[in-house]
Unconditional design. Structure first.
Lengths: 341, 303
């Protein structure tokens, strides 16, 4: 990430709020949110789509000074997951989008190809999403739902409290299992909550060299690991995600060193499970992501179609890395707890 | 090519910019509207005349003749109306949302660079006495901005657009005497123009310093010649694949020498395909793709 100019506005200098939410039943909630961004300029907007779905947006410019959009999610609130996402043994596998986009700036991120705008959109009607999840569970018996695929809600927890809202709404619904994926080092913002039995906090970890090169703005390996350990210590169910694996030069040393670091913390028996997978992206999403990041050698290198039809990197290193990481995980955990994604 | 373009409705609104930036009318005008330029060509100013339709036409015709430049800044500046309770006469305002009252369409120039001015929504009206919609925040009212932004929409990113206004009169009150109004705002308007120029320079600097844009431009420059030669040999899809692979290679190349070697080898390979059949070219393409795949970023061959 380039050095920030002193003239550049800081993140969330502006709150774009759907006009209709500034009066009526949402006004109080909006006012509460506004009080958490006291210096922000408020811009009323018609709908979040007219701001975030313009084709004339420059992702890279917006990413340097992202804004927060406050909106209502309308229509479907919970979606079935595609077959290419790992379902961790749960047939009724869904996802919800309580927030759109991420504070971090990972080069390989598919959000760059999903959304034209780099601004973050927070949806006020979390309760409606939770209610729809419960309704699904009542219909299907058991539901597994991921709420942090299109965002990193834990990174924004102290400002928006999304994870806490979902914990409070679903704690007493044991038939609903919720996964919250993160790269943040922000477990402290959940510390006051009793760990719910039906929530899994899933930390994505990468070797420090990969983090520095490809995961701009994210906390380093040791910060993330400390946060993961704090969550385990507090009694939360924790998943380890080594995804995407990137065959960088010297990958064996980098990933070997990552396993060595993890071994120092005696965590393997305490983890819920672990998942690992290669960098891959649907063709359309990759095409858009390459437009958003014309500077990315990584995205422009992905040309090989894998079994599920997704595009991935070429070369034998990929397969070797996948095998290596799979072997390493299976030598430390029961094979039934290791998921290849 | 101009790096900063300013569009004003009237000569009076443009005058402080012309003086401050030492801009003069172009000798052989290419457009049927007034155009002013700095001697070094960095800044240009155009007079749109009154109304959003004219503004849209002027902006689109100017931008259609310029090559792409992701760090070019386009601005609109002028006077506007306001409600008495919102702003004082002579207040400078930066626009963060523009609404075309006639169509209801909104435009949102990205706010990226610091400015001490208050911000507002700008409603663009079709005529001075038009009824204006109620607004939940402070607003200003003009007759051109939505047209300017609509003209920009085809050519620019939202990060390249800046709009500012100086409040000259209040709505729903007797239209101001032109002379009195000019007298009241001449000084604050000239000062506002000065600050606005500084803001445009900062915005230009911000866009120009985006390392990602610069890297992408460099890669473009490197890749384009090789790609031009490939179009004679390969299909559109193959060329797209090759472009992607070449771009990855260019972006991860550490030095010019490595890139020169890559392109020479590529040229050599492509020369083998000139008289080949379609299937032979297809095989050659696979070889080329493998050859240009970046060995720098990823550890090809490492075991």
């Amino acid at each position: 990430m380039d050095k920030r100019s002193t003239e550049l506005l800081p993140p969330f200098s502006h709150l774009y709020i759907e006009e209709e939410l500034m009066v009526g039943k949402w006004a109080e909630q909006v006012a509460r949110l506004r009080s958490r961004f006291p210096k922000a300029t408020v811009v009323p907007i018609g709908s979040f789509q007219e701001l975030t779905q313009r084709r004339t947006i420059s992702w890279n410019d917006q990413k340097r000074s992202p804004k927060l959009v406050i909106a209502l999610k309308r229509g479907e609130l919970v979606y079935p997951c595609s077959d290419v996402a790992p379902n961790f043994g749960h047939p009724n596998f869904f996802y919800a989008v309580p927030m759109q986009n991420c504070l971090y700036d990972c080069e390989y991120c598919y959000l760059q190809g999903m959304y034209t705008s780099a601004n973050l959109v927070y949806f006020l009607n979390q309760e409606d999403m939770i209610a729809q999840t419960v309704a699904l569970q009542e219909k299907l018996g058991e539901v597994y739902i991921c709420i942090a695929y299109d965002n990193d809600i834990l990174a924004m927890e102290s400002l928006l409290g999304v994870t806490a809202d979902w914990v409070n709404g679903l704690r007493n619904h044991p038939q609903v299992t919720v996964e919250v994926r993160t790269k943040s080092a922000n477990f402290r913002s959940l510390k006051s909550l009793d760990p719910p039995a039906n929530f899994i906090l899933a930390w994505t970890l990468s070797p420090q060299s990969v983090t520095e090169r490809f995961e701009a703005g994210t906390p380093g390996l040791s910060s993330r690991l400390n946060s993961l350990l704090a969550a385990l210590q507090a009694g939360w169910r924790v998943r380890l995600c080594l995804d995407p694996l990137l065959p960088v030069k010297g990958w064996r040393e980098s990933y070997g060193s990552l396993f060595q670091t993890l071994d120092e913390h005696d965590l393997w028996n305490r983890l819920e499970d672990a998942s690992y997978g290669l960098f891959r992206m649907p063709k359309q999403v990759l095409r858009q992501a390459k437009k958003a990041r014309p500077d990315s050698a990584l995205l422009h290198s992905a040309q090989t179609r894998e079994q599920r039809g997704l595009l991935t990197l070429s070369g034998t290193d990929q397969e070797q890395l996948l095998e290596y990481v799979g072997d390493q995980l299976q030598s430390r955990m029961k094979p039934s707890k290791v998921w290849q994604t | 090519m101009p790096k900063i373009l300013i569009f004003c409705a009237h000569r009076w609104e443009a005058q402080p910019f012309l003086e401050r930036l030492d801009m003069h009318p172009v000798a052989k005008p290419a457009f049927p509207f007034a155009e002013f330029k700095q001697a070094n060509g960095e800044h240009s100013l155009f007079l749109t005349g009154q109304g959003s339709d004219r503004a849209a036409a002027v902006v689109a015709s100017v931008l259609s003749r310029l090559p792409d430049d992701d760090s070019r800044v386009v601005a609109n500046f002028g006077t506007s109306g306001s409600r008495r309770e919102s702003f004082e006469i002579g207040a400078s305002v930066l626009v963060n949302r523009s609404v075309a009252v006639a169509s209801g369409r909104s435009f949102y120039p990205d706010r990226l660079v610091r400015c001490s001015w208050p911000e507002a929504t700008c409603y663009t009206l079709a005529r001075p006495s038009q009824d204006v919609p109620p607004s939940v925040t402070s607003s200003v009212y003009d007759m051109e901005l939505s047209g300017v932004l609509s003209g920009c929409e085809l050519y620019l990113h939202t990060s390249q657009i800046v709009a500012g206004k100086v409040v000259s009169d209040y709505l729903s009150e007797k239209p101001p005497d032109w002379r009195e109004m000019v007298e009241a705002i001449t000084k604050p308007y000239a000062l506002a123009c000065q600050t606005f120029v500084e803001l445009l320079t900062a915005q230009r600097k911000f866009l120009n310093e985006n390392r990602r844009h610069l890297q992408a431009e460099t890669a473009n420059r490197l890749v384009t010649p090789s790609l031009r030669r490939a179009t004679d040999l390969f299909t559109v899809t193959q060329c797209r694949q090759l472009e992607s692979a070449l771009r990855a290679r260019a972006l991860s190349c550490q030095d010019e020498k490595t890139w020169t070697t890559t392109t020479e080898e590529l040229e050599q390979l492509m020369s083998e395909g000139r008289d080949n059949t379609k299937s032979e070219r297809s095989k050659l393409f696979a070889r080329i793709l493998e050859h240009v795949s970046s060995p720098v970023l990823f550890s090809s061959g490492e075991t």
